[in-house]
Design a binder for this molecule. Structure first.
Ligand SMILES: [Zn+2]
Length: 222
């Protein structure tokens, strides 16, 4: 091996230790949804949970999808979704684990271009600006994911947590909520993208919201 080739090889090896390339994260199936193409993502650093494990753990399985062409959002998009849905501050407070799977999912969390979101969310009018959680899909708008929203100011990361928790909240059965107390933290099921209604921006379900969802789901089982 020439010195140059050896150096090149070494550089690639070192790089591989620090980053997961988009190619690896995209070692995944493609799926068509209403004419738009999506990657069904897997993450070599955090393997998906198998159907058997989902049953054993009485967990709720979800898939993570990314519209083809948005590979620059890798690997941060699927990692953020996985981290938020596994967080103790989140919906797993209802007593059910939320785990990423590649098949037999209860719902999908997907990131797509604004036009695609409008198609997926219709007849809801997302107008290229909003996201939605319906038809077993948390459909996250790329523009909001990248830029956040004025009600959240510069806190784009915090707003991303909100987007995931709000739309997944709908899929688990939660309706919209009002600001519980002016000056206090907003309910995650408030429409915080549009206005805060006197509350302070907040990206996690309030304990009262987690309780409400737990009680609602318990009553459905009867
Ligand atoms: Zn909503």
């Amino acid at each position: 091996m020439s010195l140059n080739l050896w150096l090149l090889h070494w550089l690639f090896s070192v790089r591989a230790l620090f980053v997961v390339g988009a190619d690896e994260a995209l070692d995944a199936a493609q799926e068509d949804i209403l004419g738009a193409k999506f990657w069904v993502l897997r993450d070599p650093a955090q393997p998906s949970v198998t159907a058997e494990q989902v049953r054993e753990r009485n967990a709720i399985g979800y898939r993570v999808l990314l519209e083809v062409g948005l590979e620059q959002e890798l690997p941060s998009f699927p990692r953020t979704v996985t981290d938020v849905l596994a967080d103790a501050r989140g919906w797993q407070g209802i007593g059910r684990e939320l785990v990423r799977v590649e098949s037999n999912a209860r719902f999908d969390v997907l990131l797509a271009r604004p036009d695609t979101i409008d198609q997926l969310c219709a007849p809801l009018r997302t107008r290229g600006e909003y996201s939605c959680g319906r038809e077993r899909r948390a459909a996250l708008n790329l523009a909001r994911w990248r830029e956040g929203t004025p009600t959240w100011g510069d806190d784009v990361r915090g707003y991303r947590n909100y987007m995931i928790n709000h739309e997944v909240g709908h899929l688990l059965g939660m309706p919209h909520q009002r600001c519980p107390e002016a000056g206090g933290p907003a309910a995650v099921m408030q429409q915080q993208t549009m206005e805060l209604d006197g509350c302070v921006a907040h990206g996690w379900p309030l304990p009262v919201e987690v309780d409400k969802l737990r009680r609602m789901r318990a009553s459905w089982r009867k």
